[in-house]
Write a protein of this length. Structure first.
Length: 205
């Protein structure tokens, strides 16, 4: 009706993508805040929707790199730290299909070579963290870690986004990993549950 507004369904999209059970944002917020206090940099929580990553929460650092993002924002999986962390633990068949498809470039540093992307995903599975260096903007670097649900599958990812010029990945990882593990634990993740299905590393051809 004229002069009146109503909330559209798109506003609820991030919540609809969150894991079942406790609301993901509610569970994750204390850990995101701790991560922010430890780094004073941009902190992000995201989930996968098809071939894209969707931001479900974002804490902006007071003196951090100026990355323009909003809750509900979407990016291709290969171009962000959270996207790489989610892609690395997706179904091997989906990974192959994604890597073989067209990979959009946003900067000269965006990884668009399928072989290199596969190597990056394998390294993420080995190390437990994903690094996206200047792939979306030439001034930023993101370090991300996967968040696992109750039965083991990766359901979300958390990241720290810092200025590329001052980035110290080995310093960020010890703060990032506890945040991802803490969120996973509250979601019901048990370390004794073996990884199955989509969480197994993709086989090499």
């Amino acid at each position: 009706m004229a002069g009146r507004y109503q909330i559209g369904l798109r506003l609820w999209e991030p919540a609809a993508l969150a894991p079942r059970g406790p609301a993901l944002r509610q569970v994750a917020l204390p850990y995101l805040e701790d991560l922010y206090e430890a780094t004073h940099e941009n902190v992000q929580l995201a989930v996968r929707d098809g071939c894209e990553v969707v931001c479900t929460d974002w804490l902006s650092g007071r003196s951090a790199v100026g990355v323009h993002i909003r809750v509900g924002a979407r990016r291709p999986l290969h171009a962000t730290g959270v996207g790489l962390a989610l892609l690395a633990h997706s179904d091997p068949g989906f990974q192959e299909e994604y890597c073989a498809g067209p990979l959009a470039a946003f900067t000269p540093y965006t990884v668009t070579d399928p072989a290199r992307l596969r190597r990056m995903l394998a390294e993420e599975r080995r190390s437990g963290v994903a690094v996206s260096d200047r792939q979306v903007t030439e001034v930023a670097l993101a370090v991300a870690a996967p968040v696992r649900g109750a039965d083991g599958p990766v359901t979300a990812a958390v990241s720290v986004v810092v200025p590329h010029a001052d980035a110290q990945v080995p310093v960020l990882v010890p703060a990032l990993r506890p945040a991802a593990r803490g969120i996973s634990r509250v979601l019901g993740r048990r370390p004794d549950i073996p990884l199955t299905g989509e969480d197994r590393p993709a086989r090499r051809s």
